[in-house]
Design a protein around this ligand. Sequence first.
Ligand SMILES: Nc1nc2c(c(=O)[nH]1)N[C@H]1C(S)=C(S)[C@@H](COP(=O)(O)OP(=O)(O)OC[C@H]3O[C@@H](n4cnc5c(=O)[nH]c(N)nc54)[C@H](O)[C@@H]3O)O[C@H]1N2
Ligand SMILES: Nc1nc2c(c(=O)[nH]1)N[C@H]1C(S)=C(S)[C@@H](COP(=O)(O)OP(=O)(O)OC[C@H]3O[C@@H](n4cnc5c(=O)[nH]c(N)nc54)[C@H](O)[C@@H]3O)O[C@H]1N2
Ligand code: SF4
Ligand SMILES: [Mo]
Length: 719
Amino acid sequence: MTTATLTCPLCEATCGLRVTLDGDRVTGVRGNPDDVFSHGYICPKGASLGALHEDPDRLRTPMVKRDGRHEPATWDEAFAVIAERLPAVIAEHGADSVAAYLGNPSVHNLSTSLYARVLLKALGTKNVYSASSVDQLPKHFTAGYMFGHPLTIPVPDVDRTDYLLMLGANPLVSNGSLMTAPDIRGRLRGIQQRGGRIVVLDPRRTRTAEAADEHLAIRPGTDALFLFALVQVLFEEGLVTLGALDGLVEGMDRVEAWAKDFAPEGVEARTGIAADDVRRIARELAAADSAAVYGRMGTTTQEFGTLASWLVDVLNVLTGNLDRPGGAMFPLAAAGQANSAPGAGRPFRHDRWQSRVRGLPEVIGELPVAALAEEIRTPGAGQVRALITVCGNPCLSTPNAAALDAALDGLDFMVSVDVYLNETTRHADVILPGPSPLARPHYDIALYQLAVRNVANWSVAALDSDVPQEWRTLLRLAGVVAGQGPDVDITALDDMVAADLAGRAGVDLADVGGRVGPERLIDVLLRGGPYDVTLADLEASPDGVDLGSLAPRLPDVLSTPSGRIELAPEPIVQDVPRLVDSLAAATGDPGGMVLIGRRNLSSNNSWMHNITPLVRGENRCTAQIHPEDATRLGLLDGGTALIRSRTGEVKVPVEVTDVVRPGTVSVPHGWGHDLSGVRMAVAETHAGTNSNVLSDDLLLDAPSGNAVLNGLPVEVAPV
Ligand SMILES: Nc1nc2c(c(=O)[nH]1)N[C@H]1C(S)=C(S)[C@@H](COP(=O)(O)OP(=O)(O)OC[C@H]3O[C@@H](n4cnc5c(=O)[nH]c(N)nc54)[C@H](O)[C@@H]3O)O[C@H]1N2
Ligand SMILES: Nc1nc2c(c(=O)[nH]1)N[C@H]1C(S)=C(S)[C@@H](COP(=O)(O)OP(=O)(O)OC[C@H]3O[C@@H](n4cnc5c(=O)[nH]c(N)nc54)[C@H](O)[C@@H]3O)O[C@H]1N2
Ligand code: SF4
Ligand SMILES: [Mo]
């Protein structure tokens, strides 16, 4: 029996785990009580890493589609097919004819975090898509324009705050997002034990809402109105206090002028939040010794995602809470902190290119995934004819999913780097698998940049891998795309990648001699980073290294053109008139039903439904609907609802419950596994329904192009 210590790579919480092994068999996974950050916390998904490792459906060899059926193939056979077909598409139709989609786990995987960019560079396509445009793109957009870099995203200093105003987030279930904070339940309790207060705005009475001191069931999509009303009260009642930010803020007058349109009394019919509550919360925010406003999925994946994301940080600024302990602070990670890397000082811009069909703007080097299906479907120069997916399942996770699913059939060629034959990869000509999380080293290069404490933790792979590490696969793919054939010299390519990174980081590669792949890159980044740590130091500390509480980073963290915080950047405020119009157009209760999503502790978006312990029990893919609506619409608990939108319709079992706000129906995403060609035996028997058949690819947050997955108008009727 042996024990391995590692960081769980499944979600943003970065929990430390202890895995007990009998040879190469996993006998147990527990939270690591000695982990410097998570102190023993674990959730059901982390506990299922052994089951994931042993899942017989997890791919161990490449799969090649022959006569419409996927068959196992050797790596050389798979790459021979790719080398024959993919460069031919590029040669005939140009670089933009190949699209790439990077899914959520690519951010939780060291190989893909560090090497997918090498593949993208080799491709040179403007058709780059990712899960960001069904998630947090508005936050990058506002961080970019307010602070200068799309990753200068402040996180709530939950361990020290006295007042947390949380909108559209359910960290007790999601374990936190754009806020890496393992054991968030414990940290939130800490706020209350210190005498602090937690206020949650969510159309659903979530676990987080239940644990909070106050829950206000806001109408979906109206957060920008609510937040603007708070801003209005701060100005009207003279509660604006910049504190240490005095002299660092540009554009406050414009915000004050805009806010006049959004008095609490004027928006209450629309938001469903009483004007008195708005005024009280504004006063509480201003009076708290320290306070943080934090918004997540419910604020970004909605019609006014950019404005809501912006106003969250406007409030942090106006109350003097930005960059101060207990407020909203900027982490400083040990390796790869993007906003302090060489070259990060260039001001942020978007719209550097546009999507071909709809002219949607580029943001952070990518286009909205809501445009992918039309880019494949619409003929003409620049049409997308081939697709590479890496760790993504857009057929379940992106808007108008049925249209995308159909469009993928029209591709000339598709490669997926993925660990399952699922709803998306069933379309691929070739699937290239990666190792299980237990069989790869890990360092959370992305999430430590958003952590509520500065920490660093390196994990050695607990088990030998039965498949090549994905950085090798990605470099091999990059070689094929670059026209070097299927047998590119991976070592030579990796040396180039490392030399390039070391050059930029000002590190001598000779110092990291002997290492290759991500280990070498992480060592380079650590050595070029702000702390005196190397990979050897982290290897000597398997429970992690604590680098302390977040420290103020202003003004150095700013890279705006003015060198100050831009409170009213033009690309953001030019969307305010659309918000004003929405207020004028909708008087009072607009009637109708709107769709929102929800997450479950045992789900991970679309992809962990093949793990028996995680799908046991009742069907979780239900439509939750308020008793008043159920009565009005003739729906019975346990019956079936037909939910229809502009793009499609689904049938979902009804769950009548007052946890959802009247006028709102909640269906989780990531289900709908009963499609032909999928090979996930467990998931197919817990298939559920794909809610993204309903989400509309034409309905976007205007500035960022992010999808509207919450607050979508739908019709609901009994079947
Ligand atoms: N309606 C609605 N839709 C949503 C959301 C919502 O709240 N409501 N949430 C959105 C959000 S926040 C996100 S992030 C997206 C997620 O959207 P996606 O990233 O497209 O989908 P996932 O479900 O995360 O699928 C992950 C894929 O990666 C594969 N995978 C897992 N681990 C590995 C690995 O180590 N290597 C490789 N190569 N592949 C791996 C899985 O098999 C699966 O195919 O969904 C979005 N869609
Ligand atoms: N167990 C589990 N954990 C996960 C995931 C998972 O699938 N399962 N996914 C991971 C990923 S990729 C992400 S991005 C994070 C997401 O992390 P969170 O954002 O914390 O999680 P969500 O459950 O999407 O929370 C969004 C909340 O917004 C509410 N909401 C919907 N519309 C509105 C609105 O208009 N206004 C307001 N104020 N609220 C609204 C919803 O009811 C929901 O409670 O979770 C991550 N962690
Ligand atoms: S909370 Fe996230 S990081 Fe922690 S054990 Fe669960 S899935 Fe892993
Ligand atoms: Mo996400």
